[in-house]
Design a protein around this ligand. Structure first.
Ligand SMILES: C[S@@+](CC[C@H](N)C(=O)[O-])C[C@H]1O[C@@H](n2cnc3c(N)ncnc32)[C@H](O)[C@@H]1O
Length: 318
């Protein structure tokens, strides 16, 4: 991963309330190679932090921050700290020790080196680089636990929407020994997912491709899916509820994460309107993961979208 960061790096961050978190995460996400958010448990406020090439796309950054302010109604002051590539990676690594997730998985940074197996568990070896998904985040952990919970249904067609590092696609391919389509809107995530899949011995099973939501034809061509994992953010999830309902099988399992516990009702409402029912909720810190089930008659009588699938669900326009 280091070779990708020969240019000087800069960490930019804002401190905001939970209400404004999503807007600022989206703003920094447009500019930065990597975005993380951390809660100060004492104040309840969030620090949204991203790493970018120093000074890159300054005009875009200003525009993105202005949009975040308009959307959230909250102004935030941008802090900038120059960051040595090695220092940043070292810090990422320090926050990425080996960890057990659920009953079936161990997530292990490839920087830890060496092979180590834990009895009864699948080791997911990941590069803790810029793509999101090193397993330390509550939303990723929730998805891995949810995957274990639905694995007994032996889904045949599987989609990991917003794959990041590929962690969920790799976990699904290794647990179920099935092909998994893994998509992301960011090219570096698609590359990281393919590379991590090969490193975990499931290169031929994980098909990583660039796609924005359900827009890619290659994604829709392989529908309907029996299992969809989508760890994105609350609002994009809501917008995708309708195409999701069209492109899954009757009785399909849908695992949604990337939402704060406070956004639970918003996301659930958008999916209930499309015929999904809640099977279980998993909490990891401030993060909620929903396990939904498509109704047995899901595909009959559903409103078809135009194939692009980005219609805004009225329940999510807030
Ligand atoms: C929170 S990360 C989840 C990564 C990984 N699946 C995990 O569980 O750790 C969300 C990922 O979704 C991607 N993403 C955001 N919007 C997307 C969209 N409209 N279509 C596809 N991917 C998207 C981001 O680039 C990012 O890699």
């Amino acid at each position: 991963m280091t070779a990708r960061f020969v240019a000087a790096l800069e960490t930019i961050s804002v401190e905001v309330s939970e209400h404004a978190l999503e807007a600022y995460e989206a703003a920094l996400g447009r500019i930065c190679a990597s975005v993380g958010f951390f809660k100060d448990e004492t104040t309840g406020r969030w620090r949204v932090e991203g790493v970018r090439e120093a000074g890159a796309r300054e005009d875009d950054l200003r525009g993105a921050l202005a949009i975040a302010e308009a959307v959230s109604g909250e102004a935030a002051t941008l802090a900038r700290v120059s960051t040595e590539a090695d220092g940043w990676l070292a810090r990422s690594y320090a926050g990425f020790p080996e960890q057990r997730v659920g009953k079936r998985f161990v997530v292990r940074g490839s920087h830890l080196g060496g092979e180590r197996s834990v009895a009864g568990r699948i080791t997911l070896a990941l590069d803790a680089g810029v793509a999101f998904g090193s397993g330390e985040h509550g939303s990723t952990r929730g998805c891995l636990r949810a995957l274990e919970a639905v694995a007994h249904r032996k889904p045949g067609r599987i989609l990991d929407l917003g794959t990041g590092s590929g962690i969920l696609a790799i976990a699904a391919a290794r647990l179920l020994r099935r092909r998994v389509r893994a998509t992301d809107i960011e090219p570096w995530s698609v590359r990281a997912a393919a590379r991590n899949a090969r490193a975990n011995g499931v290169g031929p099973l994980v098909n990583a491709l660039l796609a924005d939501g359900w827009r890619a034809r290659a994604l829709r061509r392989h529908a309907p899916y029996d299992l969809v994992l989508a760890n994105i953010l609350a609002r994009p999830l809501c917008r995708m509820a309708r195409p999701m309902s069209v492109h899954v099988t009757a009785g399909a399992s849908v695992i949604l994460s990337g939402l704060l516990a406070s956004q639970f009702r918003l996301v659930l409402g958008a999916h209930r309107r499309r015929g999904f029912r809640l099977e279980r909720t998993l909490r990891e810190g401030s993060w909620a993961t929903l396990v939904l089930r498509a109704a047995p008659q899901m595909r009959a009588g559903m409103v078809r979208v135009d194939g692009v699938g980005h219609a805004v669900d009225p329940g999510c326009v807030r």
